[in-house]
Write a protein that binds this ligand. Structure first.
Ligand code: ADP
Length: 499
């Protein structure tokens, strides 16, 4: 009997491997960072070979730590940084260019060029892919590689090259080139995949000049992809779960009923809400994305992101030096009873959902003589909750669902002051689970469900244990006042950097 499911968590700065047991407990974990390349301002690249080597080494290390053999592992689940583009040679299995990372802005001009050439492309792409037409997604990044690296377009058209996001690349390497596939959740971030028909879209591929022969086969998130080559772990292990990191976290948080949502408080915030088996297009700055394909059906999610969340706390630490460590922010924030009327809007890189203003810039407003460091720290922490509330309000408006509880994870969810203020603002419960490794957990659940390690989703839900629940405790009048002041503060920052 296998004891574990192996989750491969291929992140943006490090790769991890976690072995989970049947109770969803972490039995072994290994992690390794890899190199970030910044060849020009605004550009971000990774070495795809290093991603593979790092991932393989942490997988072996996690097994070694508990003396596991391949027979102890029921299945492998993969979760990954999304949208990042890798192109490789089908024959040699070697990448032909560095991976272009989701954060990379090199195709901003290309986006404008395509919008000028095809005035309807943004609207049509939204209704096909659920995404805003933005250089963040894979499509323009892949086009950039084919147009800018000599000889690659010809080779791609001749069928010699393969494209994949990081999941796809890892599947290809693990199976020694036998399988070229991705899952629906990752495919739905490429700007090339029709989330209604579950097929690569001919028109988008044509307009973005992507030869369809280089695209992977798109499959459900929980299904048999192939077996890892025996060379890697001493024998074959089935790969049966694949999902992008945010969708995997939604799955790990067991948000299986439409209307359930999770928010991850990391560098930025990512909120996803399960909307059931039909996509919706509220057109209010949120993305519509495939949550997962499982049990012969596909479920969708609304997604909204906040660019600067935990990063604002890092700013307090590294730039303004008001705290030595991020967790200290909680202690300082609770030294005062409020922010003394001051608001921090950390729009350092513009504002994401629901404002989408690249020209917004940060501000501290409402300063009076009595505002001190503690007030500013408190206001910075509160800004994470205000921004989350803005996204949630857009989600509730778009889906017509009033949330009853928000499940949370990510580094900053450990901050009790922040979680209480969050509950107060959204006027709903905030639930923090014991295990906040929800991304890896989601990937392991998707994999384990396919091989019967867990019998059903009900089986998995039992593993979700509450660490702490925060009940809303703010009167309606105060809440309305706070939200009004926040809106006013945001309005001061919009368009700031525009000439
Ligand atoms: P990521 O996966 O984006 O690297 P993590 O989920 O590891 O992020 O969370 C790290 C972020 O959370 C950092 O930006 C850090 O400043 C913030 N953070 C961590 N602990 C706390 C805390 N107790 N209070 C506030 N912010 C915190």
């Amino acid at each position: 009997m296998a004891k574990y499911v192996m989750a491969l968590d291929a992140g943006t700065t490090s790769n991890r491997c976690i072995l989970f047991n049947e109770k969803g407990e972490i039995c072994s974990m290994a992690q390794k960072e890899f190199t970030q390349y910044y060849p020009q301002p605004g550009w971000v690249e990774h070495d795809a070979s290093e991603i593979w080597q790092t991932q393989l080494s942490v997988a072996r290390q996690a097994m070694k730590q508990v003396g596991a053999t391949y027979e102890d592992i029921a299945a492998i689940g993969i979760t990954n940084q999304r949208e990042t583009v890798i192109v490789w040679d089908r024959k040699t299995g070697q990448p032909v260019y560095h991976a272009i990372v989701w954060q990379c802005r090199r195709t901003a001009d290309m986006k404008d060029e395509l919008l000028a050439k095809y005035p309807d492309i943004a609207d049509s792409a939204y209704h096909k892919t659920g995404l805003v037409f933005d250089p963040y997604f894979s499509g323009t990044k892949l086009r950039w590689i084919l147009n800018n690296v000599e000889g690659l377009r010809e080779r791609a058209e001749a069928g010699e090259l393969a494209f994949g996001t990081v999941d796809s690349w890892l599947i290809y390497k693990l199976t020694k080139g036998k399988v070229h596939a991705t899952d629906y959740s990752n495919a739905s971030r490429t700007l090339l995949f029709n989330i209604n028909t579950l097929e690569w879209d001919d028109e988008l591929c044509e307009r973005l000049e992507i030869p369809k022969c280089m695209l992977p086969e798109a499959k459900p998130s929980s299904c048999f992809y192939g077996e890892s080559d025996p060379e890697f772990f001493g024998g074959p292990i089935k790969i049966t779960g694949v999902a992008g990191d945010q969708q995997a976290a939604l799955f790990g948080q067991t948000c299986y009923t439409p209307g359930e949502a999770k928010n991850t408080y990391g560098t930025g915030c990512f909120m996803l809400m399960n909307i059931g088996d039909k996509p919706m297009y509220p057109n209010n700055g949120l993305l519509t994305t495939i949550a997962w394909g499982l049990d012969g059906r596909v479920e969708y999610a609304l997604e909204g992101s906040v660019f600067v969340a935990g990063a604002a706390i890092q700013w307090l630490r590294d730039e303004v030096k008001m705290v030595d460590q991020s967790p200290d922010s909680e202690y300082f924030a609770t030294r005062v009873k409020d922010t003394n009327g001051c608001y921090v809007v950390p729009a350092f890189t513009g504002l994401g959902a629901p404002y989408w203003d690249p020209y917004a810039r940060g501000a501290i407003v409402g300063l009076t003589r009595g505002v001190n460091k503690y007030h500013i720290i408190r206001a910075t922490l509160e800004s994470l909750a205000f921004q989350t509330n803005d996204v949630l309000a857009a989600m509730e408006e778009g889906s017509g669902v009033k949330l009853s509880a928000l499940k949370v994870d990510g580094g900053a969810c450990k901050n009790n002051f922040l979680m209480q203020f969050q509950a107060d603002l959204i006027n709903a419960k905030v639930q923090r689970p014991e295990c906040v490794e929800t991304t890896a957990m989601g990937a392991s659940y998707l994999a384990g469900l396919e091989v019967g390690f867990w019998a059903s989703k009900q089986d998995v839900i039992k593993n979700w244990a509450l660490d702490r629940e925060f009940e809303p405790n703010m009167d309606a009048e105060t809440r309305a006042h706070e939200l009004g002041q926040w809106k006013k503060a945001v309005s001061k920052t919009l368009g700031w950097a525009k000439d």
